[in-house]
Design a protein. Sequence first.
Length: 366
Amino acid sequence: MNIVSIIVLLGALQGFLLSFSISSMKRGNKQANRIVALYILFIAITLLGRYAYTVTSESLFFAKLLFVGDFVIFFYGPLLYLYFLRLFQIRPTVQVALWVHFIPLMVFSAVILPFLGLDTPQFIVYSGRLEYIFYFLEGVAIVQNFFYVWVNAGLIRNYRKESVRVSSAVPQMQFYIVLLGITAIGLFFWTISFLLRFIDPEGFHGFLGYQMVWISLSALIIALGYYTMRNPEALTGLEGAEDASETPQPLKNADALLRQLDEIMKSHRPFLEPKLTLPDLAKISGLQVHILSRVINEATGKNFFEFVNSYRVEEFKRIATPERLRTMTLFALSLEAGFNSKSTFNAAFKKLTNRTPREYFRTLPQ
């Protein structure tokens, strides 16, 4: 067993563990969690198939298993797209049937399925005859996945802009970006490997490009597991999202609940915690996550982060006295008010006051 096999095996095991952890969550957007768990599981299966082939490369069974593992590369982009749609509760502009996203997979299946019943001589002959068809389908898979990376990046970008979120301030958003980054980096090395097979099919560079696909994919899955271990609130964000498949409870006392929430915000001051999440505030307020979300949305017209940032802005105004401004920067005071990103602070302040922080202080009497 060489170092590449060990890295691939560790990546597969980490993928299985992470997939199980996410799918085991009892609360939140269960459908979105199931989709991302399936996505990570497919990556783990691909890695395990590759590992099995490297340690028993002469086995026909594991050669076929590696081909079966190729099925999942057609799942990556569409599954991640469906995950973000479900997670962010977005209705796509262009409505298409679910099966349309998997047309390339259907074509690939039609070509690959005959392989599964062949013996060794037939397997070798059949694979040789269809070599260029395999190349074509692999090229289609690469293009398809790059397309979905581009679409998914747009979904995340729009969601961040709408929610006034910044990845450095929101571990949940970091998880989504890391997840998309795994796909993008894996695709990059996969594309390099694909091109090198034509440029230098028998040389060292072709071999190196192929190995880098598996090393990068394994290393990124291990990194994702390490990140979620260091930032467990990232998975809490997935857990805490409201599940639109569940019927919402009637909300008849939104104004009364908002007054109660306002008292908690002013007395407990949870907004001073930079990593405050919706589930965190739900625990403090004693409300269910989806009820709290509806109270904020229906009674204030704001989303969670806009609501919390409004208290941070008011706190910033309170502590930004002339005396303190002589010895501290605006950013240092914003950190004290609960922000942990300059861009988040500036965006939230301008959205609430229609002025930048500096413009605001210029208008105040000296």
